[in-house]
Design a protein. Structure first.
Length: 147
């Protein structure tokens, strides 16, 4: 059997969240970084996952490729191991359990104009820690820098 990696995965999930209450960004980031993402990455079915932030400063520097994504401040992505149908079912079950356990506080103040599964053409993941974009970073030093 071929090992499941982003290069062999046949399904990837993308979501473009928009926090509708500006006072809740810290809550959203804490939930995503400390609960949601680690729990998803602990699933054997998830071979890779990451999230990117588009700060207000970064938003001023560019445009959105699709009007439906206007205002989205984040992009989350998860790649699924084969067999993809089983992996996605396991991932969805985890999401349902989190809702029933009251561990999805962001649902009340977050919109997702697009959340979809895709069939990737090809995937690459940098070995080791990835380098953030020089213009937009996430984490404690989030924001934009000038060149």
């Amino acid at each position: 059997m071929i090992p499941s990696t982003p290069e062999t995965a046949t399904r990837a999930f993308f979501s473009f969240p928009k926090v509708t209450d500006a006072s809740r960004h810290r809550d959203y980031n804490a939930w995503h970084q400390l609960d949601h993402r680690p729990e998803n990455l602990a699933l054997p079915a998830v071979v890779h996952g990451d999230r990117w932030v588009r700060t207000p400063e970064c938003e001023q520097l560019g445009s959105y490729p699709d009007a439906a994504l206007a205002g989205s401040q984040y992009m989350a992505m998860y790649w699924f191991a084969e067999p993809a149908a089983d992996s996605i079912a396991e991932w969805k079950d985890l999401g349902d359990r989190a809702i029933h356990q009251g561990r999805r506080p962001e649902l009340a103040w977050t919109e997702r104009p697009m959340t979809r599964m895709f069939r990737p053409v090809q995937g690459y993941v940098a070995p080791g820690p990835s380098s953030p974009s020089p213009l937009c970073r996430s984490g404690p030093t989030a924001g934009c820098t000038s060149r």
